[in-house]
Design a protein around this ligand. Structure first.
Ligand code: GLU
Length: 260
């Protein structure tokens, strides 16, 4: 069954760019008599706030977006990410890295395997990184099917040994999104073009973890007419609730985004 999802991080209020992505996902699921799921990607305890999670549901409901089933909340799923990391550890494609950001900037090389093994039984804080070279020896399949385009290849090399679990959070965006797209049996990942470059990392993790490959569609990013830039929480794009406070109706807003 076709299954799509909208997976915002509750680090701020939703803006028109989010609304567009949520509506695209919902419409695609409905057109295919499938399911549309909502996932709250709140693994970052510093930047994510409960008030934003509540506001996301409220804003989507106001807009008339209806998701199926329970909302999946990442912050209560840490054991699932830990299990996936353990699979990768057994495969020999991750290592522990105790370097600080400063040491990395100063060019300190990654630790060798014996250091990583020692760190397993120590209390020294360390991040888990993907050993890209070792991973690519197991599988080099990082391509995917892009909806309406076909077989697509991204470039994984610039990512290097990405962090899969941080020193302070036992997971990362890349690991948790991959685990949850599989757990929720997502068949079509419809998300903004800003995440296109992350897709080879997710594809590699899917191959290593034995997960199925979803079809992807990386949609264009809407321009915020008031700032002339694409919508982003960081540059204080006008939120859906600010539009609502000005008296804009859900129907008007949907029409503005091309949805009746
Ligand atoms: N949580 C991510 C964000 O808000 C989106 C993840 C995804 O769609 O893969 O940017």
């Amino acid at each position: 069954m076709v299954t799509t999802r909208f997976a915002p991080s509750p680090t701020g209020h939703l803006h028109l760019g989010h609304a567009y992505s949520a509506l695209l996902n919902e419409r695609f699921a409905r057109e295919h008599e499938g399911r549309f799921l909502l996932r709250i990607e709140d693994i970052d305890p510093v930047r994510c706030k409960d008030e934003y999670s509540d506001a996301i549901r409220e804003d989507l409901e106001w807009l008339g977006v209806r998701w199926d089933g329970e909302v999946l909340t990442q912050s209560i799923r840490m054991e699932h990410y830990a299990r996936a990391l353990e699979v990768l550890r057994i495969k020999g494609v991750v290592y522990l890295d105790p370097r600080s950001r400063r040491e990395i900037e100063e060019g300190s090389p990654p630790p060798d395997r014996s250091v990583s093994d020692t760190l397993m039984t120590s209390t020294t804080p360390a991040a888990w990184r993907l050993d890209l070279k070792a991973a690519l020896e197991i599988t080099s399949n990082t391509s995917w099917t892009e909806l309406d385009v076909g077989l697509t290849q991204g470039d994984i090399e610039p990512h290097g040994d990405v962090i899969l679990a941080r020193k302070d959070t036992p997971t990362s965006y890349h690991l948790s999104v991959t685990v949850d797209d599989a757990a929720q049996q997502i068949t079509h990942v419809i998300r903004g073009r800003d995440l296109f470059d992350s897709t080879p990392v997710h594809r590699l993790l899917q191959e290593l973890l034995g997960y199925p490959a979803p079809i992807y569609r990386h949609h264009e990013l809407l321009q915020d007419e008031s700032t002339g830039r694409r919508f982003a929480k960081s540059d204080a794009s006008k939120s859906l609730r600010a539009h609502r406070a000005e008296g804009v109706t859900p129907t008007e807003l949907r029409a503005q985004l091309g949805f009746d």
